[in-house]
Design a protein around this ligand. Structure first.
Ligand code: FAD
Length: 283
């Protein structure tokens, strides 16, 4: 018998119905979006729940709204949609580049932005690109809506600031404006590879001087992280080869990655610096 045949999956047609089904829920992992994380986890032995609620194709989670101050991307939007959306590419190029590196075409067609964020893996490809926007996550429950800044959303390894009765509805992401964005992922292959290290950045340079800098890394800590020290070091300084050398060294000194099956701690530390260098040279 397939795992999914043992689970009573409910298919609400609206967000309101889904929220009613989630009301009083005590444990996370019972919301099923694309299933590309959950199905693998259940197959690998994580106990599957008796009941789950599907949020796949819920209209309220599938919308993209363009406002001048923020682009609101529904949590149910797939990586394939993001990858191919010209308007989002113009305003959030790092996120689009990140979506294009998730697994390969099949996974991108099924995996969602909300699922990637809620799965809370430090290697989730979209997290650093979301973080550098300075945006927020919109959560809904029967008690109402609340917004959590992305830099406070990932609390610890696999832990997010969301209650089990809450559904991620959308991500509110300020567009890059005149800043430049960059996303780089280092893995063993160009597709179907979980990252050893990855970086996203959003940096504004005017008249040769760095006006603002947001740099985030994945796979170097229990959560995706912003490099606050490196950012503060860069702002107000003139972009130069010396500054890039110093920022690379500071990034290497700032991160404290672990070793695991995908990489050594030393490589991750070295590559973190190289990715910061790459982001600055790209400017
Ligand atoms: C072969 C393969 C390759 C992969 N490669 C990559 C890769 O390169 N990079 C990468 O980052 N990931 C990769 N993944 C992981 C996965 O595809 C992504 O994380 C994907 O975005 C998960 O989205 P989903 O909709 O399938 O989530 P699901 O599996 O449906 O859910 C994942 C988690 O999010 C929760 N959830 C889902 N939607 C919501 C919501 N709206 N509100 C609250 N909680 C929610 C679920 O309850 C669950 O805990 C890969 C997976 C596979 C099988």
């Amino acid at each position: 018998m397939k795992i999914t045949e043992k689970i009573d999956v409910r298919f609400p047609r609206t967000l309101a119905e889904a929220l009613r089904l989630q009301a009083g829920e005590q444990t996370r992992g019972k919301l099923l979006a694309g299933g590309t994380d959950l199905m693998v986890q259940w197959a690998a032995g994580v106990p599957a729940p008796e009941r789950a609620t599907s949020v796949w194709n819920l209209p309220e989670l599938s919308a993209i709204e363009m406002a001048p101050d923020a682009i609101e991307i529904g949590a149910g939007v797939t990586h394939a949609f993001l990858r191919d959306c010209v308007q989002i590419r113009r305003h959030l190029p790092a996120l689009v580049a990140a979506a294009a590196t998730v697994g390969a075409a099949q996974i991108q067609s099924r995996g969602t932005l909300g699922g990637n964020a809620a799965n809370a893996s430090p290697a989730g490809d979209t997290a650093p690109a979301l973080l550098v926007t300075g945006g927020s996550v919109v959560l809904a429950s029967l008690s109402g809506r609340r917004e959590v800044p992305l830099d406070r959303f990932w609390i610890d390894y696999r832990k997010i600031d969301a209650r089990p009765d809450e559904i991620i509805v959308a991500f509110r992401l300020p567009p890059k404006g005149r800043a430049k964005e960059r996303f780089r992922k280092i893995g063993t292959r160009r597709a179907q590879a979980i990252s050893k290290v990855m970086a996203a950045s959003r940096i504004l340079v005017e008249k040769g001087r760095i006006v603002s800098a947001a740099i985030a890394l994945g796979s170097v800590a229990p959560t995706p992280v912003r490099l606050a020290q490196v950012e503060a070091f860069l702002v107000g300084k003139k972009l130069s080869p010396k500054l890039i050398d110093e920022a690379e060294q500071l990034a290497q000194a700032t991160v404290a990655p672990i070793a695991d099956i995908r990489s050594s701690a030393e490589y991750r530390r070295w590559a973190s610096g190289r990715l910061v260098r790459d982001a600055l040279e790209h400017l």
